[in-house]
Design a protein around this ligand. Structure first.
Ligand code: AMP
Length: 274
């Protein structure tokens, strides 16, 4: 497995791989890899001949009061896991090599990114779309794999690809949970044991909602009772990220809440019975 640091070097390598007739799968991550990320790498391996995993804590998707500086990092651990899972390249650029000091072009999605995390983290999805567009240009993927854990992100990226005609197939892989139901996340590392215990309310109540035992109001009350602050609880059409209508096929029930100082997100898809 090769470690590539320079954007132009990755692009050169990717163009050579494509010219040799092989397909490329890309898995964008911010590192501190866990089984959720690894499931995306496994999915990419099934769908492409050559797999590139990017490990980049993207500064432009963090707000001024967010956890950019203390976001967990462990490159050696990430390198070992990528190698074990058969990745061909880890792309781990320095922020200064990804962004010119006088950069002035952004990619912005203006519909699906307005609510949920977009409403509470201004500029977040602009930062995500911009870095993913850059990664697509650098890694030249035929297929890119994203996690359902970040349901809104996956929808925003699909829309970016559709509206800007990127020649890449977007695959959304299922959300991976720990044995106690908590959605795997690099940020779980911040939780104290007591906060972790309370954080189980997210998966527990979302699963109750999927069984029809809680409506959106009940979901919000259950999460409010165990968390320190609720950012949002939504019950949306999974495709439009708006209130469900007569054509809705699938509901996205999603929540973001704080446990101590740690903000966690979780969601579940609920098929509409017709
Ligand atoms: P991150 O490193 O948090 O930016 O995540 C990188 C990719 O991994 C994104 O596409 C996430 O949706 C995905 N991911 C993160 N956690 C999980 C999980 N628990 N299950 C599935 N995919 C995940």
């Amino acid at each position: 497995m090769k470690i590539v640091r320079l954007p132009k070097e990755l692009q050169k390598l990717a163009l050579q791989v494509r010219q040799s007739g092989r397909t490329i799968g890309l898995v964008p991550t911010m590192g501190f890899l866990h089984a959720g990320h690894l499931s995306l790498i496994d999915e990419a391996k099934k769908r492409a001949d050559f797999v590139i995993v990017s490990v980049f804590v993207n500064p432009v998707q963090f707000g001024p009061n967010e956890d950019l500086d203390k976001y967990p990092r462990d490159f050696e651990h990430d390198r070992a896991l990528c190698e074990e899972h058969g990745a061909d390249v880890i792309f781990a650029p320095a922020p200064g090599d990804m962004y010119a000091a006088d950069r002035s072009v952004w990619v912005e999605e203006t519909q699906l990114s307005r609510g949920m995390c977009g409403a509470l983290r201004p500029g977040h999805f602009r930062g995500v779309c911009t870095v993913v567009a850059k990664l697509f240009n650098l890694a030249q993927p035929n297929v890119a794999v994203f996690g359902q854990k970040d349901a809104q992100q996956a929808q925003v990226i699909r829309r970016m690809v559709r509206d800007l005609d990127f020649p890449v197939e977007i695959v959304t892989a299922p959300l991976v949970r720990d044995a106690d139901g908590v959605a795997l996340s690099s940020r779980n590392k911040y939780l104290t044991p007591a906060e972790r215990e309370r954080a189980r309310v997210l998966s527990r109540s979302l699963m109750a909602a999927a069984r029809g035992e809680l409506d959106c109001d009940g979901l919000r009350k259950a999460i409010e009772a165990e968390s320190d602050k609720v950012d949002y609880v939504v019950w949306f059409d999974a495709d439009t990220l708006e209130a469900p209508g007569p054509d809705t096929k699938c509901i996205l029930a999603a929540a973001a809440a704080y446990f101590g100082r740690t903000r966690l997100i979780d969601n579940i898809l609920i098929q509409v019975k017709k």
